[in-house]
Design a protein around this ligand. Structure first.
Ligand code: AKB
Length: 319
């Protein structure tokens, strides 16, 4: 694929932080758009623009000036934080997505890539959960993502924008998560390593789909680059693993034997977890654009541990 101009919203978040160096390595020209200041981790080649996705004029000015080929729209308020600030979550997730789509229409962007989530689903679905089921989420985050999926499809059939995206599982990487309900998994690794202990806010039996960040970023790039003619739908489930919280704890303990991992369910976050799928059916992604995950729980844990160790040592934690 020839290098492209890519505008990344929410570039300072958990996904954006890991995606920027990968885009730079591909030779893409990148404009990073985020409310937060430029982080030290941002590659020198990337232009960083501070902007607020909830203001159409700020999104428009970024898109008009940079003229991206594609927008990867990552900016969002996640599920746990979103329940504390539902109106702000609406503005960021719903208005933000509309501003991105509208700027793409106004300034002729070829493709908008949307990052949806397992939170788009609600309770009571047959497992594993397929793409085309009733979407009845119980969180503000989930409902804004469902509406974002539908709005993108509207922009595609009405205005001809190439709209595509994935429903991400909970994501795990060598970083700090951003206010999601799936964060207990990452904190078992991070706090297990930097503090020697972590108390998960869920039951040991809790089970939702997870994915390691390198697989998640590869999914975005592969679907974004896939020929449109091969795609039978715009939004795809993608799956990798569905460990219980206890299985994640066991994987951490196998690598840090002295770690103390305990469980104290928080009613609000447990209810969210219980409303999400235990496992996703991603047959359509595997068929249409050859999606295939590489990392299961063991492979991810082996790859993640040394990176986290290096990160924690470099940052001089523990916190
Ligand atoms: C969250 O927990 O809110 C996110 C998600 C599953 O989309 N990580």
């Amino acid at each position: 694929m020839a290098p492209m101009k890519i505008l990344l919203t929410g570039a300072g978040g958990q996904i954006g932080t890991d995606m920027l160096p990968i885009l730079v390595a591909r030779g893409d020209e990148v404009l990073a758009f985020d409310l937060a200041p430029r982080p030290d981790t941002c590659p020198a080649e990337v232009e960083w623009m501070r902007g607020d996705i909830t203001y159409a004029e700020e999104v428009d000015s970024a898109v008009e000036r940079f003229q991206p080929d594609r927008i990867f729209h990552l900016a969002a308020i996640l599920s746990a934080v979103g329940e504390g600030v539902p109106h702000r979550a609406w503005r960021v997730n719903m208005e933000g997505t509309r501003h991105v789509l509208e700027a793409a229409r106004l300034f002729g962007v070829d493709q908008v890539f949307f990052t949806s989530t397992i939170a788009a689903f609600g309770p009571g679905l047959e497992q594993p959960v397929g793409d085309n089921v009733a979407l009845r989420p119980t969180t503000m985050y989930g409902l804004t993502k469902v509406a974002g999926e539908l709005l993108g499809e509207y922009y595609e059939h009405t205005f001809g924008i190439d709209f595509r995206g994935v429903r991400f599982p909970g994501l795990i990487n060598a970083g700090i998560p951003g206010g999601g309900t799936s964060d207990y998994a990452l904190f078992m690794y991070v706090d297990g390593m930097r503090s020697g202990r972590y108390e998960s806010f869920c039951t040991p039996e809790s089970m939702i789909p997870f994915m390691y960040m390198p697989d998640a970023i590869r999914a975005v790039l592969e679907l974004s680059d896939a020929p449109k003619a091969s795609l039978g739908q715009s939004i795809y489930n993608i799956a990798a693993m569905s460990p219980t919280a206890q299985e994640i704890a066991d994987a951490v303990k196998a690598r840090i034997p002295q770690v103390e991992l305990t469980f104290k369910p928080d009613p609000m976050r447990q209810a969210i977890l219980d409303s999400w799928p235990e496992a996703l059916d991603d047959t359509n992604a595997r068929r249409d654009w050859n999606w295939k995950h590489e990392f299961d729980l063991a492979a991810m844990s082996d790859d993640l541990m040394p990176q986290l160790k290096a990160l924690i040592e470099a940052a001089g934690v523990p916190a």
